[in-house]
Design a protein around this ligand. Structure first.
Ligand code: DQA
Length: 163
């Protein structure tokens, strides 16, 4: 059995092979029953399944995390450094005011893509501003669950470019 630094070599290789960390912020665990007129009827489990399948078609692998806690999302962002190639993040309402999440993204070398199901720019004024937008590669919003799939496509280009 091949071991490196206490890890099975297979674990280590698997660890290195993960491309995408998909982070979902507060209230996104309630997708499907949360304001369906805004966010649709698709559950988070369905969305993750779609992302995983689409990423696989693109030759990419993904890990997923949803949290209602700002600190947990920050820990996940810190932990992504050196482990994932791209972060895909829907920070939910934290998008609009969490300087701490903004700073976490700015503190790591992993490029991030900001995602929203709804078009935040045509909703209430307080949703128009994203404090994380200046520290991500780009923002994709308004395409429902497809926003995430578009983000996977964008992530693939980022990885291919080696950015
Ligand atoms: C959201 C938009 C945010 O304004 C909101 O707080 C969310 C979801 C979206 O995916 O459209 O929780 O990020």
């Amino acid at each position: 059995m091949l071991k490196y630094k206490g890890l099975l070599l297979t674990d280590w290789v698997n660890d290195m092979e993960k491309n995408l960390l998909v982070l979902h912020g507060p209230n996104l665990n309630l997708l499907g029953k949360r304001e369906p007129e805004v966010y649709g009827h698709t559950t988070l489990a369905d969305i993750n399944g779609q992302i995983e399948a689409f990423a696989k078609e693109q030759g990419l692998t993904a890990d997923f995390c949803q949290s209602n806690y700002e600190g947990e999302l920050i820990e996940q962002i810190h932990g992504a450094d050196g482990k994932y190639q791209v972060i895909i993040l829907n920070a939910g309402a934290f998008t609009h005011y969490s300087i701490a999440i903004r700073d976490a993204l700015a503190s790591v070398s992993v490029p991030a893509i900001e995602v929203h199901l709804s078009n935040i720019h045509k909703r209430e004024e307080f949703r128009h501003h994203s404090v994380i937008a200046p520290v991500v590669v780009g923002q994709i919003c308004g395409f429902g669950a497809d926003s995430y799939l578009l983000a996977v496509m964008a992530a693939k280009r980022i990885i291919e470019r080696g950015a």
